[in-house]
Design a binder for this molecule. Structure first.
Ligand code: PLP
Length: 378
């Protein structure tokens, strides 16, 4: 099998698994209990918080553990205490952000969905055009899950702050893949999810800059500075920290390997009628490819039969066949958009996987009758 859907989830890094094991077995104490048996769990949680903070240049007190990216996004968008109300986000956000904004609209908060350019970027002048001094929050993702496009977060954040608004970024697809420094970006809140960088599923965090007026996401116990109640997932936090540290340390070599794999794949497709979506120099290994006259769903299943896992559009959306909101917002022509697959390589792939996946796609698009191609491929 060739697993090429790392933007959907990644394998647990062995280092993360080893780091987690003690807190699933012998050291199972509740980290919030005062007795000595819980000391090790409590210390591990504090160390995980510190390690994650170091990876993104934050303070440990600014890291709040959550159950993943979805929860972090919901929290950042739904729980700000302010007299201001207007929300601004982009049309290409993950559903966790878009539906949180829609929920806020139902509560009477006006929301604007910023258009993107042809490569999926929110241009700073677009934000300037839409924002006013009543804005509460601007939320624009660091990198897109379907295309890997990286947003000019620091610049967008500066504009938001100039208008007195807070800035949140969903960095779920960026963390562990490109450098993320909350101080140089200037963001107030940032969402992360462990399973996108070799950590366990169901663990994530929200970075909240000290002083940000965030209210509790869950009421109950005093965990997470009283803002996110619930017995701490110590093993999850420890595994997430181990995976993030490992990904950040290996980032330059991994990125180089993934860029080479991208080139190898594209070389196999030379002359085929397709578009690579997204801005150049996106998240390494994330490739959104649209084949004219093809059906993404059919490509996915044909590749599956050849032992290759990819997704169509966004993995979270793979049950639906309609053109994704991301491709639509980017204006990908319909005859290409319907034939879109996302290939996302990761640290665990073998270097030759780029070439092999490219050859497999080439084989499929070269046999129109068997692949769902609606017309002869040029
Ligand atoms: N945000 C982005 C950009 C994502 O790609 C995902 C996962 O697909 C999420 C949020 C949701 O993260 P989680 O699966 O941890 O809830």
């Amino acid at each position: 099998m060739i697993y090429a859907d790392n933007a959907a989830t990644t394998a647990l890094a062995p280092e993360a698994f080893e780091a987690m094991k003690p807190y699933l077995l012998a050291e199972y104490g509740n980290a919030s209990q005062p007795y000595s048996f819980s000391r090790s769990a409590r210390a591990a949680l504090a160390k995980a918080r510190q390690d994650i903070a170091e990876c993104i240049n934050a303070e440990p007190s600014e890291i709040y553990f959550t159950s993943g990216g979805t929860e972090s996004d919901n929290w950042a968008i739904k729980c700000l205490a302010s007299d201001r109300r207007a929300l601004l986000t982009s049309m290409t956000e993950h559903k966790a952000v878009l539906r949180s904004c829609a929920a806020m609209e139902r509560r009477g908060y006006p929301a604007a969905y910023l258009p993107v350019d042809r490569s999926g970027i929110v241009l700073p002048e677009t934000l300037e055009r839409f924002i006013s001094d009543t804005a509460l929050l601007v939320s624009v993702m660091t990198a897109n899950n379907e295309t890997g496009t990286i947003q000019p977060v620091a610049e967008l954040c500066r504009i938001a702050h100039a208008h007195g608004a807070l800035f949140h970024t969903d960095a779920v697809q960026a963390l562990g893949h490109i450098p993320v420094d909350v101080k140089s970006l200037g963001v107030d809140m940032l969402s992360g999810s462990a399973h996108k960088f070799g950590g366990p599923k169901g663990a994530g965090f929200l970075y909240v800059r000290n002083g940000t007026p965030l209210t509790p996401y869950a009421d109950g116990g005093a965990q997470e500075h009283g803002l996110r109640a619930g017995t701490e997932n110590v093993a999850g936090a420890v595994g997430m920290a181990a995976a993030l540290k490992k990904s950040c340390a290996a980032m330059p070599e991994t990125a180089e390997k993934l860029r080479r794999m991208e080139r190898d794949l594209l070389a196999e497709l030379h002359g085929a009628d397709f578009i690579r979506n997204g801005a150049p120099d996106g998240i390494p290994g994330n490739m959104s490819l649209s084949f004219r006259g093809a059906e993404g769903e059919m490509l996915l299943h044909r590749l599956d039969l050849m032992g290759i896992c990819v997704s169509t559009g966004s993995a979270c959306d793979s049950a639906r066949t309609q053109i994704s909101h991301v491709l639509e917002a980017m204006g990908v022509p319909e005859e290409y958009a319907a034939g879109t697959i996302r290939v996302s390589f990761g640290a665990g792939n073998s270097p030759e996987d780029g070439k092999l996946v490219g050859q497999a796609i080439r084989k499929i698009i070269g046999s129109p009758l068997k692949t769902g191609l609606k017309r002869e491929n040029g």
